[in-house]
Design a protein around this ligand. Sequence first.
Ligand code: HAM
Length: 423
Amino acid sequence: MSEPKLKAPRGTYDVLGEQALARTALEARARSILEGAGYERIETPTFEATELFQRGVGESTDIVRKEMFTFEDGAGRSLTLRPEGTAPVCRAYVEHGMHKRRQPVKLWYLSSFFRHERAQAGRYRQFWQVGAEALGSEDPALDAESIVLLATLLAEMGVRNARLRLSSLGSAESRSEYRERLKTHLRASEESLSAEVRARIDLNPLRAFDSEHAGTARVMRDAPRLLEHLSAEDAEHFAQVRGLLDAAKVSYEVDSTLVRGIDYYTRTVFEFTSDALGAQSGVGGGGRYDGLVEQFGGPPTPGIGWAAGIERILLAGERSAAGNQPASGPVELFVAIDGSGAELTRLAFGLLGEARSAGLTAQMDLGGRSLKGQLGHANALGAHYVAIVGGEEAVLRDTQRGGQERIATDTVVHAVLRGLHDL
Ligand code: HAM
């Protein structure tokens, strides 16, 4: 009786073959765009103290209320698999005293995140994000640069019809005044609202804009808009961001109903969507979070950033799997064994190592095949040279120019290097 086969858990998947190549290509693009703009790579731990997300992402959000993978360590401390990257990056900024560096500090990451959501196409329980965070400046040019970088990445990955929605949530003060106004509006039509929105009038009234419930949507149609109640300073900041995006020829729509599912946002918020994605249309999004570093015990520090889902970029992108080559390039030398025995294998294995140390891409058949099988493998790889090791001597074939010669095994690497050089 065979054992039952095990599968990857629901909402997770294996990355292999063309998908692995496509990711490597995406990572290379992201790295070149972001590091070119002065962003440094950061990787934070896969799990953090649960409190980090409770404080940072917010107790009233779906993420904290129902989507976190939380567990206890042996000492009874509550830990959580990171559901997002901004709170951990701000924690690291404080922990490493990065406010003492030249500001803004620009950081990027490409990591996996975890949310216990209903799994479907484009929505997973373990997913990957590429993200960029810039801390320590409230200059609207930093907002614009951040948005342009994401627009560039999406365009270079061939994401079709990416639509950019943009809004401003104002600073904490203008928002708290507005929240009161919105609560009054919601209370006036309480009986038309969904039960969920009604239960959250005090906790998170802005999320009512996200509701698909028909009655709620009707009430929200003539709800007061935060964009119309920004302080003069916030309105000016937003106007400058828009002006800079115009100058950079990035098109966008101002959408006063845009609220994001995380509590830390202030001022600029934005989201890129793509029709190519169906229901899960959000490819990437972000915004300012000017109070977050302070919430983790740091000095008052503004910040702005975004994250985009790797799976969604690849799903929506034209340049996904097709045309990606393994980084290794073509195989320059294939080492085959003519005969059997430990001594012969040792000689061939030595030659393989010598070739690689000399910088050649070299492979050998490690499947215990006959000479014919090994030569078939070399052929399938398109190897340029094949060395058939019979002992102290080897036959070296040049598969591209034709012809072969019998030479001392320890001169094979030299002969291949010379041959490639003469090409
Ligand atoms: P978010 O909007 O929650 O923002 O996620 C950003 C992107 O991650 C989404 O647009 C989507 O592409 C992808 N994503 C989210 N959840 C899933 C999932 N379950 N499966 C597949 N993809 C998913 C944030 O996470 C913020 N930290 C962004 C940010 C950075 N704001 C400021 N800085």
